[in-house]
Write a protein that binds this ligand. Structure first.
Ligand SMILES: *Cc1c(COP(=O)(O)O)cnc(C)c1O
Length: 399
């Protein structure tokens, strides 16, 4: 090691070689840059002739390990060498993907019931930059085919399944097939499912995005996103380059938190699913509840499609109270165990009233068109003991 002479030099320099014997769990590499042993090594790493890190905005051992793990999970059991990138948020994942694979004049074919932030990103940021939008009912395969055939500038079909908050599903295999026929890309936001419940790559989808902030981290203490692509060179040449140059990269601490969350992903998702099924069945029988939207219930219009695409039915559900807006507000205010918070996918049960919160800025007629009625309550069912969840729902439904 270098031997510093002055006090200030001693403060500045590392005094020992920071490499140790193999750490048992993934360390947080809180370092901006990586040293080269020689000019030659620096050149080789820069030119991609030797594996190695350069600068943490381009990639970092902690971040890359987690990105790779998510890519492996999305491609689990498939003969696909998928490539993953970890970015600073779910929104950064969607924006980086679009900026990476589209050029001005290209159009995005999508649906009306996307995550609110995504709709706003498309309308307020991407559209003014020249990325146009085509909205369609993605359940209507005839309409999709007609649009792809008549509009060559549609470059990508982007959607969510199941979608917020009514859990409407669309057929990934059919849409991927049409997109491939007309040589367009497809991308799915898989945040509601995680790769444990649904693998869009299995159905021929090109790109998967995640808000890892939700189920993948699962503990509500990290904001980040992921992009997974089946084509490594497209991911490297277009998407990684955009991430590196726009600077939408994740940071090592958030990546490390996701890694901790991922260790229990299978166990958590199993419990989220079984708890949500019990909650949905309880609510469906309740006299104060007009309707339950849960893809695990045979009464959901997309139950059969979801059964084909998903391993089990996720922890997300919504339900309509018979008493409208006031009933929705009263119900949420009476909850004692479930938490009132506008996120999802955490280990604890979270409730939200879309009409007065996430969708309060949306005109009522448009809300209603998307199934967001005044009395609709959204639940992200957690992994607690089901008796506590049911008891809280039961007491909050009392007059
Ligand atoms: C939360 C969410 C996003 C945005 O993710 P952030 O990490 O908050 O940026 C995107 N899509 C879906 C479905 C989400 O639930």
């Amino acid at each position: 090691m270098k031997k510093p002479v002055g006090f200030g030099s001693l403060c500045v320099h590392e005094t020992r070689d920071t490499r140790s014997n193999k750490p048992h769990t993934l360390p947080i590499y809180a370092t901006t840059v990586f040293e080269f042993e020689s000019v030659q090594q620096g050149m080789d790493i820069f030119q991609g002739k030797e594996e190695g890190h350069i600068y943490s905005r381009f990639g970092n051992p902690t971040i890359d390990a987690v990105a790779e793990k998510i890519a492996l999970l999305e491609a689990h059991g498939l003969q696909i060498a998928a490539e993953g990138l970890l970015v600073s948020s779910g929104m950064a994942a969607i924006a980086t993907l679009m900026l990476g694979v589209l050029k001005p004049g290209d159009k995005i074919l999508t649906q009306g019931n996307l995550y609110g932030g995504t709709t706003e990103l498309f309308a307020r940021v991407l559209q003014p930059l020249g990325f146009d939008l085509v909205y369609a009912d993605l359940k209507d395969l005839g309409q999709i085919e007609q649009l792809l055939a008549s509009t060559p500038s549609i470059r990508i079909v982007y959607f969510e399944t199941p979608a917020n908050p009514t859990l409407a599903c669309v057929d990934m295999e059919a849409i991927a097939g049409l997109a491939r026929k007309y040589e367009r890309y497809t991308a799915v936001d898989n945040t509601f499912c995680t790769p444990y419940l649904q693998q869009p790559l299995r159905f021929g989808i090109d790109f998967v995005v995640h808000s890892t902030t939700k189920y993948l981290n699962g503990h509500g203490n990290s904001t980040a996103g992921a992009i997974i692509g089946r084509d490594k060179s497209l991911m490297k040449d277009k998407v990684w380059r955009t991430m590196k140059l726009v600077g939408t990269n994740c940071n090592p601490f958030d990546a490390w938190l996701i890694n901790n969350g991922l260790k229990t992903l299978e166990l958590r998702m199993e419990r989220h699913c079984s708890n949500a099924m019990r909650a949905a069945q309880f609510l469906e029988k309740h006299s104060k509840v007009a309707k339950v939207n849960y893809v695990g219930l045979p009464s959901h219009p997309d139950h059969e499609l979801a059964s084909r695409q998903m391993r089990c039915f996720s922890g997300m559900l919504s339900f309509e109270l018979t008493g409208g807006m006031q009933a929705g507000i009263d119900f949420i205010n009476k909850l004692r165990f479930c938490v009132l918070a506008p996120t999802m996918g955490d280990v604890d049960t979270l409730a939200m009233h879309p009409a007065s919160m996430s969708h309060s800025a949306v005109p009522r007629e448009i809300r209603l068109l998307n199934g967001i009625t005044d009395g609709l309550v959204r639940l992200s069912v957690g992994i607690e003991n089901i008796e506590d969840i049911l008891a809280d729902l039961d007491q909050a439904l009392l007059p």
